[in-house]
Design a protein around this ligand. Structure first.
Ligand code: ADP
Length: 458
């Protein structure tokens, strides 16, 4: 497997090299099309000046051509019959055709620079060969000579060429180095993220990533950290949930087993047998309630759109709940006050029924005899507010934030015997939130507790 670092480095380095080559080809093409003819015209003009001077001063031809050569030119003078002379440093190649020489002697101007063949890798500009020159006929003391000249690239542009080569080479080297460093900078966090993913897959959530970066990678790292914390929380919650469920199932099952075993004794008096049977009945009911509660929770967790909404009369529903609880209220000598407006609510009737049942049965359970429970409902500004207030024992401020947690019971020892699982309020909260509403609680120890539910009307 090729690493991302190698891939990106190779890609960017190739881009730099290809761009450099393309830049060279483009400028070479520009030279061939635009600069070469211009250069030829410029040199031709200089050659004509040279021709004029030589013809006007036939006695100083040698010195003049020598001094011209020393200024950075290569010159070649020939009469076509063996009398020839070179000025300046030697040409790289003396490749002048005989016909060219004859044509110039016959009076033609030779445009070797403009006619120099175009090649992809050679600019021609720096090629010091004789054919890459300008040729003119010159008349000296009645004799015709052919004079060829071109600039000596070595002398005129030698340092410049090195300068540009160094410039290009160093730029490319620096670019390559920067590419390697930059790619490392980009790839490193991704490598760290990959390592972090592996840690998470092994169940280790203690992940530290650099979240100080302000770019997308920084965001990715911080979202990744949040995700890992969330995963850890979910994982812990799942483990706790399983432990709690097992515990809740374990205790009624143990007592059912114990009393069933005791019932096997044929010498057991009738009244004790009936007592044991009623305990078994109670414990199995508790198990059944627990399994129903778990089912409700799991269906709400699994599919939040599972609500079967319809319009219903809230007042009628709350009255029904109070009616069903009537005997428990009477048994505990509790007073009930009902202040319920005429409200039509859109929601899942069965689930909301469970919410009111839970709130009211809690109020009954945790309010001592002689207390009062007030149930009120009012509609205002597109939502409806239902409150269940009691004058019971209340919940301490430290416990208050936890009461909506699954399996949370304030008084574990006392609720042990009662039909209590600690799931009721968490289910109520889930149902209300699935309906787009909120549930809040306020409580004072010794004074009472008030649960306030807000639900959207439509
Ligand atoms: P449970 O099945 O134990 O009633 P809930 O989730 O309904 O479970 O309630 C969680 C805890 O909140 C209870 O154990 C109880 O201690 C506390 N609680 C709930 N309602 C009231 C109330 N009206 N007054 C006092 N405490 C309450």
């Amino acid at each position: 497997m090729k690493s991302l670092y190698v891939r990106m480095s190779v890609l960017f380095c190739s881009i730099i090299l290809i761009s450099s080559f393309m830049g060279f080809f483009a400028s070479n093409f520009y030279y061939q099309v635009k600069i070469k003819p211009q250069n030829d015209a410029k040199l031709t003009k200089m050659a004509i000046g040279l021709q004029q001077f030589v013809q006007d001063h036939p006695d100083a031809v040698g010195e003049y051509l020598l001094s011209t050569a020393s200024l950075g030119y290569k010159l070649y003078l020939s009469n076509g019959q063996g009398d020839e002379k070179f000025y300046g440093l030697p040409f790289r190649k003396n490749d002048l055709g005989e016909d060219v020489l004859q044509n110039v002697l016959a009076g033609e101007v030779y445009h070797g620079v403009a006619e120099f063949p175009s090649q992809v890798f050679v600019t021609g500009f720096f090629d010091n060969q004789l054919s890459n020159s300008i040729g003119l006929p010159v008349h000296i003391n009645g004799q015709t000579y052919a004079l060829f000249m071109r600039p000596d690239a070595e002398v005129q542009f030698g340092e410049l060429r090195i300068f540009f080569a160094v410039l290009l080479g160093v730029s490319i080297l620096f670019s390559l180095w920067f590419v390697l460093v930059t790619v490392l900078h980009v790839v490193k966090p991704i490598t760290r993220l990959t390592a972090a993913t592996k840690r998470i897959s092994k169940g280790r959530y203690d992940i530290r990533l650099n979240t100080r970066r302000r770019d997308e990678i920084g965001q990715l790292a911080s979202h990744f950290m949040i995700m890992s914390q969330e995963l850890e929380r979910t994982n812990r919650a799942r483990q706790e949930f399983v432990a709690n469920v097992s515990h809740e199932i374990e205790s009624p099952l143990t007592s059912i087993q114990g009393f069933a075993h005791a019932l096997k004794d044929s010498a057991l008096p009738e009244n004790q047998r009936l007592e044991y049977l009623s305990i078994i009945d109670g414990e199995s009911r508790r198990l059944s309630t627990l399994s129903k509660q778990l089912l409700t929770l799991s269906s709400l967790d699994y599919d939040e759109n599972a609500l079967q909404k319809k319009s219903f009369d809230l007042r009628a529903q709350l009255r029904q709940v109070v009616q069903i609880m009537e005997w428990r209220l009477t048994e505990k000598e509790l007073a009930v006050r009902l202040h319920v407006e005429d409200i039509i609510l859109l929601g899942d009737t069965n689930l909301l029924y469970q919410v009111w049942m839970n709130l009211l049965s809690n109020a009954i359970k945790y309010t001592p005899s002689g207390g009062t429970i007030t149930l009120s409902a009012e509609a205002a500004g597109g939502s409806c507010k239902v409150t269940v207030a009691d004058t019971g024992e209340g919940i301490s401020a430290a416990e208050l934030p936890m009461i909506f947690d699954r399996f949370y019971k304030v008084d574990k020892a006392r609720t042990r015997d009662s039909n209590s699982s600690g799931l009721g309020l968490s289910i109520a909260k889930k149902i209300i939130e699935t309906h787009g509403g909120t549930i809040e609680v306020s409580s004072t120890v010794g004074t009472g507790t008030t649960f306030t539910v807000n639900l959207p009307l439509l």
